[in-house]
Structure formats: C-alpha cells, structure tokens
Design a binder for this molecule. Sequence first.
Ligand SMILES: NC(=O)c1ccc[n+]([C@@H]2O[C@H](COP(=O)([O-])OP(=O)(O)OC[C@H]3O[C@@H](n4cnc5c(N)ncnc54)[C@H](OP(=O)(O)O)[C@@H]3O)[C@@H](O)[C@H]2O)c1
Length: 271
Amino acid sequence: MGRAVVLGRADRGDQVLAVGSHPAKGDRLLAAAEATDLGDRVRFLAADLSTIKGTEKVLEYVAAEYETIDALVLAANRQSPKRIETSDGFESTFALYYLSRYLLGHGLMPTLVAGTRRSVIVNIAGVGLTSGRIHWDDLQLRDRYRTITAQLQAGRANDLLGVAMAAQYGQQVPYVLYHPGFTRSGDSAMEQINPLTRALIKTIARVAARPVEKAIMPVHDFIEAPPTQPLTAIDRGKPVPLDLKTLDPDAARRLADVTACLINDGSRPTT
Ligand SMILES: NC(=O)c1ccc[n+]([C@@H]2O[C@H](COP(=O)([O-])OP(=O)(O)OC[C@H]3O[C@@H](n4cnc5c(N)ncnc54)[C@H](OP(=O)(O)O)[C@@H]3O)[C@@H](O)[C@H]2O)c1
C-alpha cells in the first residue's frame, strides 16, 4: 500500500519520499517511477524503522532535505512468527508497527507545521477492531509472544497513538487512523510465514481481498483535503465512533507516558 500511495501521489504531482528497509525494493520503486516519467518526483531512503537509529536516520534526512511536508503516511509493518528483539531491546512488532510511528509523528511535527498548507498524518493500521489489547505488564511480550498477539497489541497501540497525537497536535495537524480492511497488498508482512499458510492466504486474498488501489483511495482524499477535526477514524469506509473503548483517552495518555519513558530514560525496557 505504501508503494501505491507513493506512485499515486507522484502521479498527482507531489514530491514523495518513500522509506523501506530493502534497497532492492527501493530500486524497483524508483524504476517504476522512471518508467512512468515520475522519476523526478520520487525519492527512496533505505532505513530500518524497527530501530530507533534507523528511524532517526529518516528524521535527520527529512530535516536536511525538506523545509515542509504536507503529509506523513505510516504503513510499515512486518509479521514475525518468532519473537525478535531489536538492538534497542524492544519486541520487533512493537518497535516497527508502533514505536516507529510514535517517533516519526513526534519527530516530523516541526516540518509538518512549517508549511502554509494544512498537513495531515495518516496511520494505516486496524482501527475499529476491538480484539487484542495492550499488555501493560508485558509490553514486550516476553512471556506471551504470538504473532497475532503482537500484531493486535501494536494495532491497539496505534489506535491510542492517534488519540494522544490528536489531543496534542490535532488542531494544527489532524490525525487519521485508517483501517483498509483485507487488501491484496505486498508480501513483506508474510515473508516470515510458512509457505503453506502463505499460499492459503494468497488464495483467499485473490477472492476476498480488496485491490490495493481501492484500499488506498481514501488516503489520497485525506491528503488532498485534510479533515478539520483533530481525530478521524475510518474502518473499511465507515467512521469509527470516537468513544469506542479502544480509543480511550486515559489509556492513550498512559501509553504516551510509558512510551516516552521507554525512549527517554535510555535504559532497556522492563515492561
Ligand atoms: N494488507 C492487509 O490486508 C491489511 C489489513 C489491515 C491493516 N493493514 C495494515 O496496513 C498497513 C500496510 O499494509 P500492507 O499490506 O501494505 O503491508 P506490506 O505490503 O507488507 O508492506 C509493508 C511495508 O513495510 C515496510 N517495512 C517492513 N519492515 C520495515 C522496516 N524494518 N523498516 C522500514 N520499512 C519496513 C516494507 O518495506 P521493506 O520490505 O523494504 O522493508 C513494506 O513496504 C500495515 O500497517 C498493515 O498492518 C493491512
């Protein structure tokens, strides 16, 4: 979906910076842009968003290269069947799917507010789902790691991230939580899944999943006409009531505080 947003934005005239961890995929993206005469509008930066250092590389690059940005679209995720700990000591799904989005949102805020045009953050995750939860006593899932547990926890953490960001910055930079639904998108989320399950998911996706272009259409709308309200939550085309239990402001404040401590105290996470 990220790739389609990048090419779609470039096609509409925007300058776009894409971030991913695989340089070869970046080269393919740039080749696709060149092939459609969009090469001068697309840049690719290779960075590992599952690490703080990799995410800071993006923040530094943007600060050096761009005076303003109009939109930040957050879409990086990867499923891991085994628990992996990043070099910072975080469980990798928590680090990539949630923490990088926290860091990018906060870190890019000065550049997002710098322009004259109203900017927007679009976080593509799973808002509207109520399954899964934040494991406050074991955020790094040391004792109960399962792929789905980690994915759902990070999804719910992104819900709360949207609430906290909207409360802090939403008057200036609206925050959109967007759940695209089952989409026939790339394979990187499934790279680690065993081949049999992957083949099964692909077969089901051919029948049941939405085409990428359809799933990302609302993202273009959010970028072209940023919402006026601080927080917007859309689950497969339908507005999510902002009083849904997964969007609880107290829990959002709690997670924001815990996350700030995890990042700022420089010590390895204990939760
Ligand atoms: N597809 C669905 O059915 C579906 C349904 C509901 C919600 N969603 C959510 O929608 C979002 C987009 O999903 P998608 O299907 O487009 O995912 P995808 O095709 O698997 O793409 C994920 C992207 O994340 C990047 N990425 C993975 N690890 C990275 C890392 N360590 N550092 C930097 N970039 C990294 C990948 O690029 P590299 O490989 O180059 O790193 C890839 O471009 C995700 O948050 C997903 O949870 C998807």
